[in-house]
Design a protein around this ligand. Structure first.
Ligand code: GDD
Ligand code: MN
Length: 368
């Protein structure tokens, strides 16, 4: 059945393979050979190399080896993996676009499978996944594997729409060209995770994943350095609409409400500030919780108000109580266990209690 399906230009189908390159001189020849070998003849495809004027002359090598159906885009004033991929998609002529690295860590034989899945299942995006059953990575140190998984977990905490995917950070994927073109104005590609940008900003209706093994590099070295990691964190915060910072801001404002309430009692109802402090303190805490809840409702999580308000309010109280308990336990153990100063112990307690409340809010109270 599969073999009878022809991806030809006539039926508007076929696939463009977009490959960003930077200093991959030694990989180009092998890459072209592997592509020609791995994509069956009946699949109509083109290759779009997007090189950022590599100092090692990757673009020149690609032009030397040029065959019909291959385009080399040499960008002079721009640099960056994500923007290169988006530019490559714009240059593409086919209905589907596969994006892969030039260093052969992404086996080109999967391109046919991606296309087949996309057509048969009507998917907008097909992700090559390292982290689902059957997938994997070759030759990574424990540290890099751990870092990659941690990076994925952080992204999933901040970005609910990718939570059910196993590898939304993959650099190997297929996307319908039109999906990207239709949403091009909304894209602000940066760093390495262009797939994350597409998933978050283009609102694909159907995303499927296919397992593959990420191979080790033969020539050259990875460009994923500390700059890329910082860019990654900023990228995720941006995609989240800076939600974690909003949450912190509300928390700080809530602390002021708490203290100001007490101060007000001091002048207006002095009893609550002295003999009845046991009640005054509780009222101040409750007011700050209500204040925080209200701000989260209308600001931090305004796009995530699902279900009953009372239910969310109740959950927020539970979450605040758990967070306060975590804060209390850590402050007390730091003070007595490590004999640190009370102020420092209390502050570290806050640093521990805050993420607890945030995680409950993201994953439980205002979940998507
Ligand atoms: N045009 C262009 N401009 N290409 C670039 C740039 C750039 O600034 N930086 C890197 N590339 C190209 C590389 O030449 C390679 O073909 C591809 O992008 C991936 O770069 P690597 O340096 O090999 O990245 P990696 O192997 O560490 O990371 C890969 O895996 C990650 C998942 O762990 C990439 O596929 C990432 O996109 C992916 O997130
Ligand atoms: Mn690589």
């Amino acid at each position: 059945m599969w073999a009878t399906f022809a991806f030809t230009a006539e039926n508007g189908s076929g696939i463009s393979v977009v490959i960003p390159t930077y200093n991959e001189y030694d990989n180009v020849e092998l890459l072209f050979k592997e592509l020609a070998k791995s994509i069956p003849k009946y699949v109509e495809y083109e290759v779009v190399i997007v090189d950022d004027n590599s100092p090692d002359g990757t673009w020149r090598r690609a032009i030397e080896l040029l065959t019909e159906g291959t385009t080399v885009v040499r960008r002079i004033n721009l640099k960056g993996l994500s923007t290169a991929v988006i530019d490559g998609i714009v240059f593409s002529l086919k209905e589907y676009v596969a994006v892969m690295d030039a260093d052969l860590q992404h086996p080109p034989k999967y391109i046919e499978l991606f296309l087949k899945k996309a057509v048969e299942e009507g998917a907008d995006v097909v992700i090559g996944s390292r982290y689902m059953k059957g997938g994997g990575v070759e030759g990574w140190s424990k540290a890099r594997l751990l870092a990659s998984k941690a990076a994925g977990l952080i992204a999933k905490l901040f970005l609910p729409s990718i939570r059910r995917l196993s590898d939304p950070m993959s650099g190997f994927f297929l996307v319908k060209k039109q999906l990207v073109i239709n949403n091009k104005e909304r894209l602000n590609p940066q760093g390495f995770k262009v797939l994350l940008e597409i998933l978050e900003r283009c609102n694909p209706q159907k995303v499927i994943e296919v397992p593959y093994i990420f191979r080790s590099r033969v020539f050259g070295k990875s460009k994923l350095g500390s700059k890329v990691i910082i860019a990654y964190i900023i990228h995720i915060l941006k995609l989240s609409g800076w939600r974690p910072f909003k949450f912190i801001a509300v928390g700080i404002a809530g602390t002021f409400v708490n203290l100001c309430t007490l101060l007000t009692f001091r002048y207006v109802m002095p009893l609550l500030y002295s003999e009845l402090f046991i009640l005054g303190s509780a009222i101040a805490i409750e007011l700050s919780i209500l204040f925080n809840f209200f701000l989260h409702e209308v600001w931090t999580f305004k796009d995530r108000r699902f279900g009953s308000l009372i239910h969310r309010l109740l959950l927020f109280h539970i979450s605040s109580a758990i967070s306060a308990t975590a804060q209390y336990i850590s402050a007390v153990s730091i003070k007595y266990g490590l004999s640190w100063s009370p102020l420092l112990a209390q502050f570290i307690g806050i640093l521990i209690g805050f993420p607890v409340n945030y995680i409950f809010s993201e994953l439980g109270i205002w979940r998507k």
